[in-house]
Design a protein around this ligand. Sequence first.
Ligand code: SF4
Length: 469
Amino acid sequence: MQRTTKKKLDAETSVASAEALNVLSTFDFERARTALLRWFDANGRTFPWRSEPTPYRVWVSEIMLQQTTTQTVEGYFSRFLERFPNAAALAEADEATVLKYWEGLGYYRRARSLWAAALQIVERFGGDVPERFEDVLSLPGVGRYCAGAILSFGFDRRAPILEANTTRLHARLLGLRLETTTATAQKILWRAAEDWLPLESGKDRKPNVYRRLNGALTDLGRLVCSPTSPKCDDCPLTEFCESWRRDYQDVVPVLKKKTETVSRTDVAFWIERRDLFGDCGSGGKRCDGSTCSDVGPTDVLLIRRPENALWAGLWDFPRFEITNEAFRGALDFDGDVELCDRLQRFLEEEVGAPPFDRRPGAVVYTVKHAATRFKITLRFCRLDGAAPLSSSSRREKTLFDELESAATSQVALPPPRRSKVAKKTRTPKTPEAARVAAEVRWVSLAELDAYPLSSPGRKLARFVLKNRG
Ligand code: SF4
């Protein structure tokens, strides 16, 4: 950056932050709180974690709500709480069971962190969610916002929160013309979030005051001070709002420029044991074509998603990214030499299949999903020559567009395995054990339902089971 441009930007930053700090220092919090809470009493949202706000329930809800709408979470929350009513019950479960109850919520890293945190709550804090800010913050999956939310909503402690809704609200109230993720803006916004919470103690302490104020700020940001076209006419804070006074609603908050999305194509395979080893015709007896084993001919191949991949820790069908530009939009991958070679190597080296030439068959199903900056088209195939699905299902289908999280979704080949032949193995009990246990497994069709699968994997499983000939 040229020196004069940087100087200009620095000067603009100081002016913008000085203006916002000036608004903050003269803000009439006392009257604004009264107006806000009156609005909250009439308009606040009701949720199961609000009607019975125990620290454990608040903690689970806050982890579920990260990157997920309240509407979606409501469908999962009660079921999860019924199965894991407290931290001890959650810590007792194995990772696969926790993931199973999380299946469909996305961002599976959260479920694993929740489970790891439950182990710590039991070991370090005797089974109760801790009440000290530093202790809450030290739990896996808990950041500054989440710790504040657990303390204020769960314990009614004076702890500020700042998430998307309150960031927008505070930025607008202050007329903050700085990009909200910058360090300077964050400092101002956190200070505003804290200043909203009065210092109350002793007999002056009103019950639920912090719980209600943080809930009210979040709800007002969500319901009234919306990202586009805020409903200023319905807002209880109009007279306190700098953006309203200066007509800044459309320019504040200043958001970071979005990164460009990248399109990519992955191919995943539904592979049955008999597709690789044949079928001796023993009529459903567990058999690999030459010697009887504990694996059935129609058992299907699953791999466990590696660390740092999308759906880390869940099970999925073997998946490969299409790197050959010419095949990105294809519906037939038989000519993609690179994919055929990777598939062949994977089957021989990772699954122990005999060395016959195996190629992708026709695409049977397509799922589209988004993962951070990637827009992924996922094509599902069987191996060429595998038992066909019923004729109606062979046409190419695109059913779902879905939004999913990912730290990264670059992984195409599964990680190296320790043992050659896919076996049933015990589910690892600790997060550390889970991390090293990248696996390949044959799973019977009856067992598929109980496996925690990636979301496209679940769609494929349902599709194939419905359409098998
Ligand atoms: S007056 Fe408008 S811009 Fe200001 S806080 Fe209320 S809704 Fe948001």
